[in-house]
Design a protein around this ligand. Structure first.
Ligand code: ADP
Length: 352
């Protein structure tokens, strides 16, 4: 069966065509500059037409959708009701869900008889217990506005946890795993007996670890303090926290860990500090997640930094395991969100 996996963003569509169940990639590519000035690709519909002119024989389509809120706890076949709900979830992900939806609608028009499936970034974390996802705010903010921790990168955490169990030749249900997705966006998850029980990103991807340009955890009172001091609008404040903070903000040089590592080796004080803060925060989360799970059998590193930067992994692990009765296994596992989407879509239609 040929499964087309689609990651539809606001101005780009990435695609990968898999032969399933083998998981073999038949074709892949990216359409860029959708809707931009001077671009020939007016909209997602035109973008999709280009993709479909490059491939043939699609049996099933799997779409990455960023936010499923509490409406989607698992992968689903897309129908009119699902489209309506994804649209409702756009309130929580105004930059991402509409772009994902544009891909789904274009695909629906161009491949009318083909089953489409949605795989949500948030779904894997829907198993978090309420005491992990409710914030210390008045409860009605959760009830009325849906304000709670959702978590992201779920497909990646789920995939590497499954691969970890396979490599260790153990059942996922018998393991306590901490997965560290360290890319430009960074998040960490505590996975107990195959279920996500806590994760560092929150209502939005801003919470948790220090990232390329995002600040991660800060004192929430800083937001109103900075807004008042600098006379920032909410939009400007949002930009500061999401785009000008993290590794880039601390170092004043770059959000790219490779650049910072090099600079730090050459004696760059702020590059070194940015790395130290990055590592320290991850260490704290690993300790916390081992505590909430009552141990940790395996620590998994994935994504750009996690997969490629051994020095960062070494710094994170340095002195970390002395308080464990038995040291966890440390694994580096390349993430493969597209394959996970193809597998989930394939499994869902086969089960139907
Ligand atoms: P994204 O979250 O945008 O998918 P990536 O997973 O590609 O990000 O990770 C980007 C980060 O990984 C950057 O900080 C970069 O410096 C770091 N990195 C280190 N080595 C590599 C590599 N070989 N390829 C890509 N990114 C790398």
């Amino acid at each position: 069966m040929k499964v087309l996996v689609i990651n539809s963003g606001s101005s780009s569509i990435k695609y990968k065509l898999f032969l399933m169940p083998q998981g073999e990639v038949i074709s892949q590519g990216k359409i860029e500059r959708i809707g931009e000035r001077g671009s020939k690709i007016r909209d997602h519909y035109t973008g999709f037409r280009m993709i479909l002119s490059r491939i043939e024989g699609v049996d099933l389509v799997g779409h990455r959708v960023v936010h499923g809120a509490e409406k989607f706890k698992d992968t689903v076949v897309i129908d009119a009701a699902v489209i309506r709900k994804i649209r409702q979830c756009a309130l929580l992900a105004p930059l991402h869900n509409p772009a994902n939806l544009a891909g789904i609608l274009a695909c629906k028009k161009l491949l009318p008889g083909t089953t489409q499936v949605a795989v949500f970034d948030t779904a894997f974390h829907q198993t978090l217990p309420d005491y992990a996802y409710i914030y210390g705010l008045p409860y009605e903010y959760y009830m009325r506005l849906g304000i709670r921790k959702y978590g992201f990168h779920g497909t990646s955490h789920h995939y590497v946890a499954g691969e970890c169990a396979r490599i260790l030749k153990k059942s996922l249900h018998a393991l306590k795993i901490i997965t560290c997705h360290l890319g430009n966006g960074c998040s960490i998850a505590a996975i107990k007996e195959g279920k996500s029980v806590d994760t560092s990103m929150g209502f939005t991807p801003l919470e948790g670890l220090i990232m390329g340009t995002r600040c991660g955890d800060i004192d929430p009172a800083l937001i109103t303090y900075i807004m008042a001091k600098k006379k920032f609008t909410p939009l400007k404040m949002d930009e500061l926290l999401n785009k000008a903070s993290g590794l880039k903000g601390i170092s004043g040089i770059s959000n790219d860990m490779r650049v910072l590592e090099k600079k730090s080796r050459q004696g760059g004080i702020r590059a070194k500090l940015a790395i130290e803060i990055f590592v320290y925060r991850i260490k704290k989360y690993i300790g916390a997640y081992a505590a909430v799970m009552g141990g940790c059998d395996a620590l998994v590193f994935t994504a750009g930094i996690g997969e490629n930067q051994g020095i960062i992994r070494k710094k994170i692990c340095l002195g970390l395991f002395s308080f464990f009765k038995k040291s966890p296994r440390v694994l580096v596992i390349p993430t493969n969100e597209e394959l996970m989407i193809a597998r989930q879509a394939h499994r869902l239609v086969r089960a139907a």
